[in-house]
Design a binder for this molecule. Structure first.
Ligand SMILES: Nc1c(NC[C@H](O)[C@H](O)[C@H](O)CO)[nH]c(=O)[nH]c1=O
Ligand SMILES: CC(=O)[C@@H](O)COP(=O)(O)O
Length: 164
C-alpha cells in the first residue's frame, strides 16, 4: 500500500468561514481540469462554501507567482481578502531546458510568496518527466495514484486555520 499522501489530519478543520482562491495555468488543460476538480471537491468537504472558492486562470505555470500576487491584492482591495491561495500548474518535461527553468523559478517564487503575502500559498504544481506521471497524479489513471488536487485543498484549509 502506498505511504505517500497527507496522512490523517491532526484536527477536524471547519472551513465554513474561509475564502480560498484557486489560480490555475491553462497549459495541459485536461490534467489541470482534473486537479482543479479535486481541489474544489476537498475544499467543499471541509465546509468551504462554493461562493467562497474564487477561481482565476493564467496562461502557464510561469505566470502563477505574479498572477497569485495580483489576485490576492485585488481580492483584498475589493474588501474580500483570501485566507489561502492554491496555484495549480502542470509542468511536463519537453526536449529543451524550458521545463527546468520554469520549475525552478516558479517553485522558488511561490515559496517566497508565502512570506510576502501573509497567507498560505499552497504548492499545487506538478513537475513531471512524462505525461503519464502527470495523468497519474491527477487521478486520471484508474487504480494508479490519487488526485493530488485533493491534497492541495486539504492543505489550504489546514494552513489557513491552524495557527489562528
Ligand atoms: N511548458 C509548459 C509551460 N510553458 C509556458 C510557460 O509557463 C509560460 O506560460 C510561457 O512561457 C509564457 O510566459 N507552462 C506550463 O504550465 N506547463 C508546461 O509544461
Ligand atoms: C515554449 C518553448 O520555448 C518550447 O519550445 C520549449 O520546448 P520543450 O517543452 O520541448 O522544452
Amino acid at each position: 500500500m502506498a505511504v505517500k499522501g497527507l496522512g490523517q489530519l491532526d484536527l477536524e478543520y471547519d472551513g465554513s468561514d474561509l475564502r480560498v482562491g484557486i489560480i490555475h495555468a491553462r497549459w495541459n488543460k485536461k490534467i489541470i481540469d482534473a486537479l482543479l476538480e479535486g481541489a474544489v471537491k476537498r475544499l467543499k468537504e471541509f465546509g468551504v462554501k462554493e461562493s467562497n472558492i474564487i477561481i482565476e486562470s493564467v496562461p502557464g505555470s510561469f505566470e502563477l507567482p505574479y498572477g497569485s500576487k495580483l489576485f490576492v491584492d485585488k481580492q483584498k482591495a475589493l474588501g474580500k481578502p483570501l485566507d489561502a491561495i492554491i496555484p495549480i500548474g502542470v509542468l511536463i518535461k519537453g526536449s529543451t531546458m524550458h521545463f527546468e527553468y520554469i520549475c525552478d523559478a516558479t517553485t522558488r517564487q511561490l515559496m517566497k510568496l508565502n512570506f510576502e503575502l501573509g497567507i498560505p500559498v499552497i504548492f499545487g504544481v506538478l513537475t513531471c518527466l512524462t505525461e503519464e506521471q502527470a495523468f497519474a497524479r491527477a487521478g486520471l489513471i484508474p487504480g494508479k495514484m490519487h488526485n493530488h488536487g485533493e491534497d492541495w485543498g486539504a492543505a489550504a484549509v489546514e494552513m489557513a486555520i491552524k495557527f489562528k
